[in-house]
Design a protein around this ligand. Sequence first.
Ligand code: ATP
Ligand code: MG
Length: 597
Amino acid sequence: MSANNEKTAAGAAQTTNFLKNIIEADLAADKFVGRGWAGIAGEASLHAASQPDPAKIRTRFPPEPNGYLHVGHAKSICLNFGLARDFGGVCHMRFDDTNPEKEDQEYVDSILDAIQWLGFSWDANGTSHLFHASNYFDFMYHAAELLIERNLAYVDQQTADEMRANRGTLTEAGKNSPWRDRSAEENLRLFREMRDGKHTEGSMVLRAKVDMASPNINLRDPAIYRIKFDEHHNTGNKWCIYPMYTFAHPIEDALERITHSICTLEFEDQRPFYDWLLAQLRDAGMFADPLPRQIEFARLNLTYVITSKRKLMQLVTEKHVDGWDDPRMPTIVGMRRRGYTPEAIQLFCERIGVSKGDTWIDYSVLEGALRDDLDNKAARAMAVLDPLKLKLTNWDALFGAGHIEPCSAPVHPHHEEMGRRQFNLTPELWIEREDFMEVPPKGYHRLYPGNMSRLKYGYVIKCTGCEKDASGKIETVLAEIVPDTKSGTPGADSVKVKGVITWVSASEGVAAEIRLYDRLFTEAHPDAGGRNFLDALNPNSKRVIQTWVEPSLGSAAPGTSFQFERHGYFVADRKDHGKDGKIIFNRTTTLKDSWGK
Ligand code: ATP
Ligand code: MG
C-alpha cells in the first residue's frame, strides 16, 4: 500500500457516510412505521401484540466477550450508537456469546466500561438494551425445527473431509450429500437425538438446504448446528448442540427487531444466506416484515497498528507490552491510559467516515484528531525532559539572597476563564540540555556564551559560560539576569531576543517519572504479506526518564491531560500516578507529527 492510498486528514474529511443515506431513505419511505416492540427479544407474535416501537431505527453492537475492544471496535461503536442517536433510534448492546468457550467476566466488564467511557449508553426510552445472544438458544432451536419441518434443513452424516470435498470450488459446483433427501420426520428425529446427547461430536451436523450449485459457496448448504459437549457460561450443560454464527446472527437481529445490522465487509458473501434464512422464518411465521437488513462497511485499518485480537493477545501474553492497558496498545483501555479522550476518538471516527472499499487510514489522522481535541482543553505546564542545571549568578546582587521571584502564566493561552497558574523563579533552574551549546551552529538562538534568551514567563538572561565535570560533560550553565525585562512588566520587551527557554525551578520543581511512548511498530503495515509482525516492533516505543516538572503538577489527578509547553501532550497515569507519592506522566503525543522526520 503506497502512502498515496492512505487517507490524510484532509482527504478523510470529505468521506461521506453512506449508511446515513440508506437510513434516511428507509425513514422517508416509512419502512418501520407501526411495527411493535415488546421491550424484550421475541418472535413476531410477541412484538405484534405490543406497543408501537418508540425507536425510529434499531442498530446493535455485538462483540464476542473474548478480548478487549480496540480502535476498530470504537469505529463500530461510534457508528452504531452514533446512527441510533442521530436518527432517534436505539442501539442494542449485545454480547454475542453463543460459542460455548469460557466467557471471561474481565472482558464483559471492560467492554461495557469502554462503551460508556466513549460516551454511549444502551439505556433508552426508560429501559436497558443490554442483551445476551445465549439467551436465545431456545428460539434458535425452534427456528431449526421450523426449517426441518419445511424441508429446508437436514442432518448430514458426511465426515468433515467428505463435506469439504463435496463443497466444490469457486469454479465448480458442489455435490449433494447422500443424506440430503432424508424425510422431515427422520431429520427431526436425528436432530432431537443430537440435542439429547445421543451422538458424538463431529458425527453429524444440521445443514440448511439451499443450493449446492450456487455460485456463492456460503449458500451451498451451510452447517447451522453442531454437536459440542461443552459447558456454556450462561446455559451450563443444558445444550450439547450449538448454532453456527451464520445461523445465529440473523436470528438474534430479528428477535431484537434490529432495522439495520451493520457489519464489516468480510460478511458481504454471507448476506444472501442472512436474507434467505430470515425470509424462510418469516414465511414460517416466526418473524415479520420489515426484516432486519445487513449492510457492510469497510473495517478500520490503521497504519502502524495491529487490530487482530489474536495478535494483540500475543503481544500481551509474550510480554512485548505491559498488559492490555499498556498505553501503546490500540485497545480502548490502552488508548485511555495513553491520554486519548472519548471526544478525540469520536472526532476521528467522524473524520474517517464509512466507506464500502477497504482503505488504510494513516495513523497521523488519529493523532491529528487527538491533538485537535487536547489543544483546546489541556492545561499548560512546564516540564524539562532532558535536564541541565542553570545558575543565575547575579541573583543575590540583584534581588538579595533568599529572594524568590513569583511568576504567573495562563493555564490556557486561549481560555482566560481557565485562570492563571503560579510558580516561582529561583536562582537555580532546570533547562533542556539542548538549550545550551558551547559552540553554536549558525542560526542557533538559544543559550551560548555571550547570547541572550528569555526564560519563559520570566526574565531575559545573558549566558556567561558553563561548568564541566572531570570527563568534560557540561554540568551547569551560567547566566545573568538582565534587569527590568520580566515578562508582563512595562518595558519587558525593550531587550529583543530570539530564543525562549522553558524551565523548572530546581528547588521547587517536583521530581517526576515520564514515560515517553512512541508508535509500537516501525512499519506502516507490520503484518503485510504474511510476515511476522513482531519483527516490526519498535525497540524505542517506551523510554522512561526521571526528571522535574512544574510544582502544580504534583497535585494533578490521575487521568488529567496537560500540554507540556513545547513537548507535547502528557497525562497523569491513571494507574500508577500518585501511588507512594510518585508523580508519573505518560506522553500522549508530541505537538507535531515528527514521525520519521
Ligand atoms: P473475532 O475475530 O474475534 O470475531 P472481531 O474483531 O470481529 O474479532 P467482535 O467482538 O466479533 O470482534 O467484534 C464486534 C464488532 O466490532 C463486530 O460487529 C465487528 O464487525 C466490529 N469490528 C471489529 N473489528 C473492527 C474494525 N477493525 N473496524 C470496524 N469494525 C470492527
Ligand atoms: Mg467477530
